[in-house]
Design a binder for this molecule. Structure first.
Ligand SMILES: [Zn+2]
Length: 318
């Protein structure tokens, strides 16, 4: 079937809005009419060519919310086999046969998406934009917070706190009762302060904060060495992303050795965490922070995201 889509024809080049053949639905598939689609940091890395296994043309997007038979639905961003040892252990984010929408199959930067029926879940309300803005980042935060053992009173440092993941992660950490230290750019500091116990805008932020229990490292290469300097003995750094997609250098390996730092990767989220995020948003526990763009203005959205002009998530609406 042919649908209007934003097609990535070449890395680092504007998307082309065109009719695109996304294939035909199989016997166990459904066609979801996309209403809102979030632009993930992961998409930006793909757009730059940071995923070496992917080749254009690509229809990006795994934060898909829309309509199916008149019902409001979301689409789990990844297809899992449900049978591998990780899936059976409830760790479907680590499925051995994981396939992502927007990577291994056409994603949500399009009017419609073909998805396996069991990848679709019902939403408690039809505020698609809210879910497109915050389910992926919030589920990411829920998963990462567990890996970092965040709990009441824990001192947690969050880098990139004004970005899509960060602004929802700090709200979730406050909800957990953690003490939140946010690292962000000066332009976002006032807003980020609403959800933080401390905000630091210095590049060398380890001069101002030390002995944190955990770090949610959202930015990666640009901040990780400062984050490790601020991390206490036996503290955990949870590596959520590496926004520029470049090599990460450990500047002071002795520090991590002497302090017995744990550095742990955080791979997206489980389906259960997606449902948890939907519930928190539906109940208004976490406020979605976003800017809306018409689907056809996807290139403008990317330009704004690259130039740090978006607070929170950019959401495409159809
Ligand atoms: Zn995402």
């Amino acid at each position: 079937m042919r649908v209007l889509a934003a097609v990535l024809r070449e890395f680092n080049k504007p998307f082309s809005i065109e009719e695109y053949d996304i294939g035909e639905p199989g016997p166990n598939d459904v066609v979801v009419r996309v209403k809102a689609e979030g632009i993930c940091g992961r998409d930006l890395v793909i757009w730059r060519g940071g995923f070496k296994n992917l080749k254009p043309p690509l229809i990006l997007g795994h934060e898909i919310f829309g309509e199916l038979n008149g019902k409001s639905v979301g689409v789990f961003g990844a297809i899992t086999d449900g049978t591998c040892p990780y899936c059976r252990a409830g760790k479907d984010n680590l499925c051995l046969n994981l396939q992502f929408f927007g990577e291994n199959r056409p994603g949500g930067y399009a009017e419609a998406v073909i998805a396996p029926r069991n990848n679709v879940f019902e939403l408690p309300d039809s505020d698609y934009v809210k879910y497109a803005a915050a389910v992926c980042p919030l589920a990411t935060a829920i998963h990462a917070s567990k890996l970092g053992n965040a709990s009441p009173g824990t001192r947690v440092l969050v880098t990139g706190a004004g970005g899509g993941v960060g602004i929802h992660a700090i709200q979730y950490l406050k909800y957990l009762g953690a003490y939140v230290i946010s690292i962000t750019s000066p332009s976002k500091a006032d807003f980020v302060a609403k959800y933080s116990d401390e905000v630091i805008t210095d590049r060398e932020f380890s001069r101002k904060v030390r002995d944190v229990d955990a770090v949610l490292e959202v930015v990666g290469a640009a901040t990780i060495n400062e984050s490790l300097r601020a991390l206490r003995r036996e503290g955990t750094l949870v590596l959520i992303g590496n926004t520029e997609g470049e090599e990460i250098r450990l500047m002071r390996p002795a520090l991590t050795v002497m302090r017995e730092h744990r550095i742990v990767g955080s791979a997206a989220y489980t389906r259960r965490e997606v449902i948890e995020a939907v519930d928190l948003l539906h109940r208004g526990v976490v406020k979605p922070i976003y800017r809306i763009y018409s689907f056809k203005d996807v290139n403008k959205a990317y330009d704004d995201l690259m130039n740090q002009r978006v607070l929170g998530r950019a959401v495409l609406v159809f």
